[in-house]
Design a binder for this molecule. Structure first.
Ligand code: AMP
Length: 398
């Protein structure tokens, strides 16, 4: 694959450039943006295009309007936030295409920025409809994808549009994502350690099967650890277990052993008598989880053990919390691992919304090498898949 980046394009001045961004940001009931990381992440690409004198047309999705124009999912608050960050006017278009949008784009001067309305207001977006892609292109001459978090979706503004606009490239956010991923997975400095957590094994099965053939150590925490512990013969009470995957869990551990990959599971945990923030809880070893109790976090000995495994790591990939970190009583394990990742002398890459939130809450966001903006897209890269949005930028096949 050969990907061109926006700074490799010549003569942007005066050209209409379509930049697919991912401004799918959380908002409160009043429409205030509560977390703007994704908008901040796209600013370097937008600013570059503006400084080059391009006419910048932006497009994004927001939420799940399911093909209907629902004002609640308008891009207007995101445009406003972007204008603040850029320090310049961003014109919010009333639609994705049509006479009014044509007029706005016609009137653009070099360096102007127009934000189209939510691309998911039309069913053609998620159907990857070529006709919708043609309408969306609005006569733009250059297409840039800077929306990593949606690049695992073959949607019209990510995939079909690259067949309509002749010149395609990736933005700087995309470049960062791909560069760090390559550094971690294609050419890792070893030891390479993967830390996986989160609710279920089933959600990360393909990732596990891939990683076990790639990494030097695997650390498993979160709900998924208990399927592995049960597969080893432990009684895990009412902890989250996927019984149908016990055989698969065993196979993954056998494969790890065969390849000389060291495999770490929690040695202790915080158990509770209910899945509630105020439930009675205590710390116990994994050998002594009482019947009727459920493990909702790793324990302090596991946090120390996991920290120890990172001591000689040179590359660390982390996806998924170590416990139900949304509840304070079960957040300690995740924060301790976040701190350990933040403090280790390695290239550290964090993927997935939950893990990102944990690293921020633990106050170590500035100490990790890279926080991916993609959850699903990051996992698909780990699974070894080629993302449709990235494949569409391959200029070798253009
Ligand atoms: P995932 O989307 O698979 O990364 O899962 C994230 C979710 O896993 C979070 O909402 C956590 O609350 C949940 N989780 C982590 N550990 C446990 C656990 N021991 N039991 C139940 N849920 C868990």
């Amino acid at each position: 694959m050969l990907i061109r980046y926006i700074d490799q394009l010549k003569d942007l001045a005066g050209k209409k450039i379509f930049i697919r961004v991912d401004f799918n940001v959380p908002q409160d009931e009043k429409g205030n943006i509560t977390e703007a990381t994704r908008i901040v992440g796209a600013v370097p690409t937008i600013r570059y295009a503006v400084e080059q004198g391009a006419k910048v047309v932006l497009a994004s999705h927001l939420g799940r309007p399911k093909g209907e124009k629902k004002p609640k999912y308008s891009m207007a608050p995101a445009s406003k936030k972007l204008a603040q960050l850029l320090g310049k006017k961003v014109v919010q278009a009333p639609d994705c295409f049509g006479p009014e949008v044509d007029r706005l784009i016609e009137a653009m001067k070099p360096g102007d920025v127009v934000m189209l309305e939510n691309v998911r207001f039309y069913p053609g977006e998620e159907k990857n409809d070529p006709d919708f892609a043609r309408q969306l292109a609005n006569g733009c001459e250059i297409y840039v994808n800077d929306a990593f978090a949606v690049s695992h979706r073959a949607h019209a503004s990510v995939e079909a549009i690259t067949k309509v606009i002749p010149v395609v490239a990736a933005g700087f956010l995309m470049k960062n994502e791909m560069t760090f991923f390559d550094k971690a997975m294609q050419n890792p400095v070893r030891p390479l350690v993967a830390i996986l957590g989160g609710a279920k094994v089933s959600g990360k099965l393909e990732v596990l099967e891939k990683l076990v053939n790639k990494v030097d150590k695997i650390v498993i925490g979160g709900g998924m650890a208990f399927t592995f512990l049960k597969a080893q013969g432990y009684a895990v009470g009412k902890s989250l277990v996927e019984d149908e995957l016990l055989g698969t869990a065993k196979k993954i551990m056998e494969q790890a052993k065969k390849r000389g990959v060291t495999f770490y599971l929690p040695v202790d945990c915080v158990v509770a008598n209910a899945f509630e923030a105020t439930a009675t809880n205590f710390i116990t070893t994994v050998q002594e989880i009482p019947a009727g109790w459920m493990a909702l976090d790793i324990g302090p000995a596991s946090a120390t053990l996991f920290t120890e495994t990172l001591r000689d790591a040179k590359t660390v990939i982390w996806n998924g919390p170590m416990g139900v970190f949304e509840m304070d009583a079960f957040a300690r394990g995740t924060f301790q691992v976040a701190e350990a990742v933040g403090n280790c002398y390695a290239t550290t890459i964090i993927g997935g919304g939950d893990t990102d939130a944990a690293v921020n809450k633990a106050g170590v966001a500035t100490k990790v090498s890279y926080i991916s903006t993609g959850g699903g897209a990051f996992l698909e890269l780990l699974e070894g898949k080629v993302l449709p949005g990235v494949k569409a930028l391959d200029i070798k096949v253009k």
